[in-house]
Design a binder for this molecule. Sequence first.
Ligand code: NAG
Length: 217
Amino acid sequence: MSKFIFLYCSFILLQMLLLFVVASEDDSNSEVKIEVVFMPSECNQKSKKGDLINVHYDGYLAEDGSQFYCSRSDKAGHPQWFVLGVGQVIKGLDVGMVDMCPGEKRKITVPSSLGFGEKGKAPVPPNATLVFEVELYSVSRGPRSMEAFQEIDLDKDKTLTKEEVKHYLKLEYERTGTPKDEPFYEKIMADIFRKSDHDSNGLITSKEYNVYEHDEL
Ligand SMILES: *[C@@H]1O[C@H](CO)[C@@H](O)[C@H](O)[C@H]1NC(C)=O
Protein backbone atom coordinates (compact mmCIF):
# COMPACT_ATOMS: atom_id res chain seq x y z
CA MET A 1 0.00 0.00 0.00
CA SER A 2 2.65 2.48 1.01
CA LYS A 3 4.63 1.46 -2.03
CA PHE A 4 1.64 2.30 -4.16
CA ILE A 5 1.26 5.73 -2.51
CA PHE A 6 4.94 6.38 -3.04
CA LEU A 7 4.67 5.51 -6.72
CA TYR A 8 1.56 7.57 -7.07
CA CYS A 9 3.22 10.57 -5.42
CA SER A 10 6.28 10.19 -7.55
CA PHE A 11 4.06 10.14 -10.57
CA ILE A 12 2.35 13.37 -9.45
CA LEU A 13 5.69 14.93 -8.68
CA LEU A 14 7.01 13.96 -12.06
CA GLN A 15 3.96 15.45 -13.71
CA MET A 16 4.35 18.67 -11.77
CA LEU A 17 7.98 18.80 -12.73
CA LEU A 18 7.13 18.26 -16.36
CA LEU A 19 4.44 20.92 -16.21
CA PHE A 20 6.89 23.29 -14.65
CA VAL A 21 9.48 22.63 -17.33
CA VAL A 22 6.93 23.06 -20.09
CA ALA A 23 5.58 26.23 -18.52
CA SER A 24 8.98 27.80 -18.09
CA GLU A 25 9.93 26.82 -21.61
CA ASP A 26 6.79 28.50 -22.85
CA ASP A 27 7.75 31.65 -20.99
CA SER A 28 11.16 31.88 -22.52
CA ASN A 29 9.59 31.26 -25.91
CA SER A 30 7.35 34.28 -25.73
CA GLU A 31 9.47 36.81 -23.91
CA VAL A 32 12.03 39.29 -25.03
CA LYS A 33 15.40 38.92 -23.34
CA ILE A 34 17.39 42.09 -22.72
CA GLU A 35 21.08 42.30 -21.94
CA VAL A 36 22.59 45.72 -21.35
CA VAL A 37 25.96 45.73 -23.11
CA PHE A 38 26.88 49.32 -22.43
CA MET A 39 25.33 51.88 -20.11
CA PRO A 40 26.41 55.52 -20.34
CA SER A 41 27.34 57.19 -17.07
CA GLU A 42 24.74 59.88 -17.58
CA CYS A 43 21.13 59.32 -18.50
CA ASN A 44 18.63 62.11 -18.28
CA GLN A 45 15.95 60.72 -20.55
CA LYS A 46 14.92 57.10 -20.87
CA SER A 47 12.95 55.95 -23.87
CA LYS A 48 9.27 55.29 -23.46
CA LYS A 49 6.34 54.39 -25.64
CA GLY A 50 5.50 57.16 -28.11
CA ASP A 51 9.00 58.64 -28.19
CA LEU A 52 10.76 59.28 -31.46
CA ILE A 53 14.00 57.38 -31.20
CA ASN A 54 17.06 57.20 -33.37
CA VAL A 55 18.92 53.89 -33.39
CA HIS A 56 21.33 51.65 -35.16
CA TYR A 57 20.45 48.00 -35.01
CA ASP A 58 21.93 44.86 -36.45
CA GLY A 59 19.88 41.68 -36.65
CA TYR A 60 21.20 38.15 -36.39
CA LEU A 61 19.64 34.71 -36.48
CA ALA A 62 20.06 33.06 -33.07
CA GLU A 63 20.38 29.68 -34.75
CA ASP A 64 23.66 30.26 -36.57
CA GLY A 65 24.63 33.84 -35.76
CA SER A 66 24.32 34.96 -39.37
CA GLN A 67 23.44 38.58 -39.96
CA PHE A 68 20.19 39.32 -41.76
CA TYR A 69 19.90 43.04 -41.20
CA CYS A 70 22.37 45.84 -40.70
CA SER A 71 21.10 49.39 -40.38
CA ARG A 72 24.64 50.64 -40.85
CA SER A 73 24.66 49.47 -44.46
CA ASP A 74 20.94 49.65 -45.21
CA LYS A 75 19.38 52.92 -46.37
CA ALA A 76 22.71 54.72 -46.76
CA GLY A 77 23.74 53.75 -43.25
CA HIS A 78 22.05 56.47 -41.30
CA PRO A 79 20.45 55.51 -38.00
CA GLN A 80 16.80 54.60 -38.21
CA TRP A 81 14.11 56.82 -36.82
CA PHE A 82 10.96 55.36 -35.47
CA VAL A 83 8.28 55.95 -32.92
CA LEU A 84 8.70 53.45 -30.11
CA GLY A 85 5.88 51.12 -29.14
CA VAL A 86 3.46 51.74 -32.00
CA GLY A 87 4.34 48.91 -34.37
CA GLN A 88 6.75 50.67 -36.70
CA VAL A 89 9.20 47.84 -35.95
CA ILE A 90 8.65 44.22 -34.90
CA LYS A 91 7.00 43.80 -31.51
CA GLY A 92 10.15 42.39 -29.92
CA LEU A 93 12.05 45.60 -30.59
CA ASP A 94 9.15 47.79 -29.51
CA VAL A 95 9.23 45.95 -26.19
CA GLY A 96 13.00 45.49 -25.94
CA MET A 97 13.92 49.14 -26.43
CA VAL A 98 11.81 50.64 -23.65
CA ASP A 99 13.58 52.40 -20.73
CA MET A 100 16.77 52.79 -22.71
CA CYS A 101 19.21 55.67 -22.29
CA PRO A 102 20.75 57.60 -25.18
CA GLY A 103 24.16 56.00 -25.72
CA GLU A 104 23.06 52.67 -24.24
CA LYS A 105 23.74 49.46 -26.12
CA ARG A 106 21.66 46.34 -25.74
CA LYS A 107 21.55 42.81 -26.98
CA ILE A 108 17.91 41.92 -27.43
CA THR A 109 16.78 38.34 -28.03
CA VAL A 110 13.40 38.15 -29.69
CA PRO A 111 11.30 34.95 -29.91
CA SER A 112 9.79 34.33 -33.32
CA SER A 113 6.30 35.05 -31.96
CA LEU A 114 7.41 38.67 -31.39
CA GLY A 115 9.53 38.71 -34.53
CA PHE A 116 8.60 37.37 -37.95
CA GLY A 117 6.50 34.48 -36.70
CA GLU A 118 5.78 31.05 -38.12
CA LYS A 119 6.12 32.22 -41.70
CA GLY A 120 9.28 34.28 -41.36
CA LYS A 121 10.12 36.99 -43.83
CA ALA A 122 12.99 36.52 -46.24
CA PRO A 123 15.81 36.33 -45.40
CA VAL A 124 14.48 35.41 -41.94
CA PRO A 125 13.34 31.75 -41.94
CA PRO A 126 10.14 30.50 -40.24
CA ASN A 127 10.11 30.29 -36.42
CA ALA A 128 13.41 32.08 -36.10
CA THR A 129 14.63 33.49 -32.81
CA LEU A 130 16.36 36.78 -33.50
CA VAL A 131 19.19 38.59 -31.79
CA PHE A 132 19.53 42.34 -32.21
CA GLU A 133 22.48 44.48 -31.30
CA VAL A 134 21.04 47.88 -30.71
CA GLU A 135 22.57 51.26 -30.03
CA LEU A 136 20.30 54.13 -29.08
CA TYR A 137 21.40 57.56 -30.24
CA SER A 138 18.66 59.90 -29.23
CA VAL A 139 15.25 60.06 -27.62
CA SER A 140 12.78 62.82 -28.36
CA ARG A 141 10.03 63.04 -25.84
CA GLY A 142 6.52 62.30 -27.01
CA PRO A 143 7.12 63.41 -30.60
CA ARG A 144 3.57 62.65 -31.52
CA SER A 145 2.23 65.01 -28.93
CA MET A 146 0.64 68.34 -29.69
CA GLU A 147 3.48 70.06 -27.79
CA ALA A 148 6.18 68.57 -29.98
CA PHE A 149 4.26 69.39 -33.13
CA GLN A 150 3.91 73.03 -32.09
CA GLU A 151 7.56 73.15 -31.20
CA ILE A 152 8.55 72.02 -34.70
CA ASP A 153 5.92 74.17 -36.42
CA LEU A 154 7.86 77.45 -36.24
CA ASP A 155 5.43 79.58 -38.26
CA LYS A 156 2.41 78.06 -36.51
CA ASP A 157 0.56 77.27 -39.73
CA LYS A 158 -0.32 73.74 -38.52
CA THR A 159 1.80 72.03 -41.17
CA LEU A 160 5.43 70.98 -41.03
CA THR A 161 7.71 71.83 -43.91
CA LYS A 162 10.98 70.04 -44.60
CA GLU A 163 12.86 73.09 -43.39
CA GLU A 164 11.02 73.09 -40.09
CA VAL A 165 11.67 69.40 -39.53
CA LYS A 166 15.33 69.78 -40.43
CA HIS A 167 15.71 72.76 -38.14
CA TYR A 168 14.21 70.72 -35.30
CA LEU A 169 16.52 67.76 -35.97
CA LYS A 170 19.55 70.05 -35.89
CA LEU A 171 18.48 71.48 -32.56
CA GLU A 172 17.90 67.99 -31.17
CA TYR A 173 21.34 66.79 -32.19
CA GLU A 174 23.06 69.92 -30.95
CA ARG A 175 21.20 69.63 -27.69
CA THR A 176 22.47 66.08 -27.18
CA GLY A 177 25.99 67.19 -28.10
CA THR A 178 26.26 65.22 -31.34
CA PRO A 179 25.87 67.69 -34.21
CA LYS A 180 25.99 66.14 -37.69
CA ASP A 181 26.54 67.37 -41.23
CA GLU A 182 23.92 68.55 -43.69
CA PRO A 183 23.54 65.29 -45.73
CA PHE A 184 22.89 63.45 -42.47
CA TYR A 185 19.91 65.67 -41.62
CA GLU A 186 18.68 65.49 -45.21
CA LYS A 187 18.53 61.71 -45.09
CA ILE A 188 16.74 61.52 -41.78
CA MET A 189 14.29 64.15 -42.90
CA ALA A 190 13.57 62.22 -46.10
CA ASP A 191 12.95 59.16 -43.98
CA ILE A 192 10.51 61.01 -41.72
CA PHE A 193 8.62 62.40 -44.70
CA ARG A 194 8.52 59.03 -46.38
CA LYS A 195 6.86 57.59 -43.26
CA SER A 196 4.57 60.48 -42.34
CA ASP A 197 3.74 62.51 -45.43
CA HIS A 198 1.04 60.14 -46.63
CA ASP A 199 -0.21 62.26 -49.54
CA SER A 200 3.37 63.12 -50.57
CA ASN A 201 2.72 66.84 -50.91
CA GLY A 202 5.93 67.79 -49.09
CA LEU A 203 4.09 68.87 -45.96
CA ILE A 204 3.21 66.97 -42.82
CA THR A 205 -0.12 68.04 -41.44
CA SER A 206 -0.97 67.66 -37.78
CA LYS A 207 -3.21 64.78 -38.77
CA GLU A 208 -0.47 62.98 -40.70
CA TYR A 209 1.95 63.62 -37.87
CA ASN A 210 -0.14 62.11 -35.16
CA VAL A 211 0.08 58.33 -35.42
CA TYR A 212 -2.29 57.85 -32.52
CA GLU A 213 -4.97 59.88 -34.25
CA HIS A 214 -5.96 61.76 -31.16
CA ASP A 215 -9.08 63.81 -31.63
CA GLU A 216 -7.51 66.96 -30.21
CA LEU A 217 -5.78 67.64 -33.51
C1 NAG B 1 6.80 26.74 -36.91
O1 NAG B 1 6.21 26.52 -35.64
C2 NAG B 1 4.86 26.08 -35.71
C3 NAG B 1 4.32 26.05 -34.30
O2 NAG B 1 5.21 25.43 -33.41
C4 NAG B 1 4.81 24.75 -36.43
O3 NAG B 1 3.47 24.33 -36.53
C5 NAG B 1 5.41 24.89 -37.81
O4 NAG B 1 5.47 23.65 -38.45
C6 NAG B 1 6.81 25.48 -37.73
N1 NAG B 1 7.29 25.73 -39.07
C7 NAG B 1 8.49 25.35 -39.50
C8 NAG B 1 8.82 25.63 -40.92
O5 NAG B 1 9.28 24.79 -38.77
